[in-house]
Design a protein around this ligand. Structure first.
Ligand code: NAP
Ligand code: HSE
Length: 420
């Protein structure tokens, strides 16, 4: 029998306990041993929960218990979780976690500490989709050219409902929280940070890049308006929050932001809480992974897959899938050098000379306008919605600042990158 200690018995922890019971027969057959959750750690012992295991609020009881074979960390957060995982690994206890925030900051130290002790984290990226397994094992013969992923279920769910059902932002965020999709602090979801944590994990496996969230471009979905949605619909785009990793010569570009994607692209059809990750390998070409990116049961499915794997093998493979530098000389690309197409939204004075001024501010930086839509507000003001051909991030940022102080644009223009 393999005894599991569950540190954090919330949305995912309760699903892990329940599935281990519901699917006991198939799990035992696949693992070759019975897997039983025996104890759990929570903050608040008085909360009602749907589990039969013994609960404590003292994590050391589990860490010091020689009868617990595997620690499953599902408490979330960074530093406390790091302390718990580190202690477990130092005691030689295998660990399974779904905690991407922890890994975004401490994955390399934890890989060192784990050594030969199994340390698995399939649920940390894209919930129920086995993307870690695919990237670390299934695609390991390839140089990875790019990864583009819808990797935050909460944002994808919210955007879908905002665009297709006109449900207001606040209402739909509350619903995503009630459904167990959102992080304990949902600003991690809507601010793009959760997707960034996941992207950093994928980038380590694909490129051996050791970057922290502070090092990369991260924008969320908080500033999307009904005008942006109208523009997307008018020009046949879907609006998504994407995590993007792209190899360009000896640089790797990492970024998270909302994008307009042509409706005809496969990834544009990933709706609701679903996640979709496209990985392009130099030999395999494009592969696409699709499935539930959040929610208790979908996430627990990946957590339990890791437990079964540990039961089968006894010890783990290198945590990030490599023991030595992956590709010599690869470094993180500067945010300024990102090149893409852009959609711009700005409120302008509705009078002669305004368009010429805007075109000149863009034109002198070699930013060429591709499409344009003007929606009048009233007699004096209009919303100008336009898309550009490919240009540099640095130039767009500078142009936006100049537009803001140009006297013809009435507030800071909004921008969404177009990915096509
Ligand atoms: P959750 O519902 O908030 O559950 C967290 C659990 O940890 C709760 O039982 C909480 O206790 C306990 N806990 C938190 N801090 C603690 C502390 N300092 N000491 C003792 N217990 C503590 O979170 P969740 O949604 O299950 O997520 C768990 C982890 O999985 C997070 O890392 C999250 O990012 C990740 N994840 C979640 C999903 C998802 O869809 N929800 C998907 C993929 C990955 P109380 O219940 O007493 O408050
Ligand atoms: N809050 C995360 C999301 C949970 O919405 O994708 C899954 O990692």
């Amino acid at each position: 029998m393999l005894r599991i200690g569950v540190v954090g018995v919330g949305t995912v922890g309760q699903s892990v306990c329940k599935i281990l019971e519901d699917n006991k027969d198939i799990i035992t057959a696949r693992a070759g041993v019975e897997i039983v959750p025996v104890a759990g750690v929570v903050n608040d012992l008085s909360k009602k929960r749907d589990v039969k295991i013994k609960l404590t609020n003292n994590v050391d009881e589990l860490l010091n218990d020689d009868n617990i074979d595997i620690i499953v960390e599902l408490m979330g957060g960074v530093e406390k979780a790091y302390e718990v995982v580190k202690k477990a690994l130092e005691k030689g206890k295998p660990v399974v976690t779904a905690n991407k925030a922890l890994l975004a900051y401490h994955r390399y130290e934890l890989q060192e500490i784990a050594g030969d002790t199994a340390f698995e984290y399939e649920a940390a990226v894209a919930g129920g989709i086995p993307i870690i397994n695919a990237l670390r094992d299934g695609l390991s013969a390839n140089h990875i050219k790019s990864i583009r992923g819808i990797i935050n279920g909460t944002c994808n769910y919210m955007l879908d409902k905002m665009i297709n059902e006109n449900i207001p932002y606040d209402v739909i965020l509350k619903e995503a929280q009630e459904l167990g999709y959102a992080e304990a602090d949902p600003t991690f979801d809507v601010g793009g940070f959760d997707a960034a944590h996941k992207l950093l994990i994928l980038a380590s496996i694909a490129y051996g890049i050791d970057a922290k969230p502070e090092d990369i471009l991260i924008e969320g979905i908080e500033n999307i308006t009904s005008e942006d949605i109208a523009f997307a619909k008018e020009f046949n785009y879907s609006l998504k929050l994407l995590g993007i990793a792209k190899k360009k010569n000896d640089k790797v570009e990492l970024r998270v932001h909302s994008v307009l994607i042509p409706n005809k692209e496969m990834i544009a059809k990933v709706d609701g809480v679903m996640n979709g990750v496209s990985v392009v390998g130099d030999k395999v070409g494009e592969t696409l992974f699709y499935g539930a990116g959040a929610g208790g049961d979908a996430t627990a499915s990946a957590v339990i897959a890791n437990i079964i794997d540990i039961a089968r093998k006894g010890k783990g493979s290198p945590m990030l899938g490599f023991n030595m530098p992956l590709e010599d000389g690869l470094t993180l690309a500067s945010k300024d050098d990102i090149e893409t197409k852009y959609y711009l939204r700005m409120q302008v004075e509705d009078k002669s000379g305004v368009l010429a001024k805007i075109a000149s501010i863009l034109g002198k930086r070699d930013i060429s306008i591709k499409t344009m839509l003007q929606k009048s507000y009233d007699e004096t003001k209009a919303n100008l919605l336009l898309s550009t051909h490919t240009c540099k991030e640095k130039d767009i940022k500078e142009a936006l600042n100049e537009l803001k102080s140009s006297g013809v644009v009435l507030s800071m223009p909004a921008m969404i990158r177009i990915e096509e």
